[in-house]
Design a protein around this ligand. Structure first.
Ligand code: ZN
Length: 223
């Protein structure tokens, strides 16, 4: 049972124009260690802004209390802070860098989000930035992220049921999705204990609520 979307959708436009005109300025990351994403994953990203403007929104089908919603978002941000080292501030619907959107299962259905998904993230604006090699041979591409959207889904039944989640389960989901938002494309291939492991059905517990040293090492490639 796959509970999270396996793919971080890039809905936006990788600018062909900027790619072709700035090719000589592309960053070459060379050979990197600490690449923990699956070898089928060839992307990683980072927020280009030094200040992450947050926009938090919900609809009537999101039944979590505002206090808990805020607590879990704060947890997600704090859990990655030592790697990302960005400030956060309040953004608006028009100028945000990162949004958190609380929705219900019916809304998720309208967005074609599979029924077993708890949350998902999309980079809605990103730009090609550079390239490198992991394992000495595995090529990857780096993107700057200008805008990233996370959906959290309140569901009362089925494989994606979240309405009975404990605080640790929610902290895991929020921090995991924020990891995608910050640039972790794909999932850890290292350990089920990693925050960025994909399949929550393989968890013996939900003890991981923050990035592990491996999650941090992977993200640290670009931050
Ligand atoms: Zn994921």
């Amino acid at each position: 049972m796959l509970k999270r979307f396996g793919i971080v959708l890039i809905l936006s436009f990788i600018s062909v124009l900027s790619f072709t005109t700035s090719a000589s300025a592309l960053v070459n990351y060379g050979n990197v260690s600490g690449w923990m994403a699956s070898t089928s994953v060839s992307k990683i990203g980072f927020f280009s802004a030094s200040d992450i403007k947050l926009y938090i929104t919900k609809n009537s089908n999101w039944l979590m209390t505002d206090t808990n919603f805020s607590t879990y978002i704060t947890h997600a941000i704090d859990s990655w802070h030592s790697v990302v080292n960005k400030t956060t501030s309040t953004g608006t619907s028009s100028n945000f860098v990162k949004s958190f959107n609380g929705i219900g299962r019916s809304d998720a259905n309208s967005l074609s989000i599979p029924s077993n998904v708890l949350g998902l993230n999309t980079w809605t604006a990103s730009t090609y930035y550079g390239y490198g090699k992991a394992y000495g041979t595995h090529n990857f591409d780096v993107y700057t992220i200008q805008k990233s959207v996370t959906y959290l889904i309140w569901s009362t039944s089925g494989a994606g049921k979240t309405s009975d989640f404990t605080a640790n389960q929610w902290k895991n989901v929020f921090a995991h999705e924020y990891g995608h938002g910050l640039g972790y494309y794909g999932h850890s291939a290292n350990s089920t204990k990693d925050l960025m492991w994909e399949d929550t059905s393989s968890y013996s517990d939900w003890g991981t609520i923050s990035p592990t040293q491996y999650d941090k090492g992977h993200m640290g490639i670009v931050y």
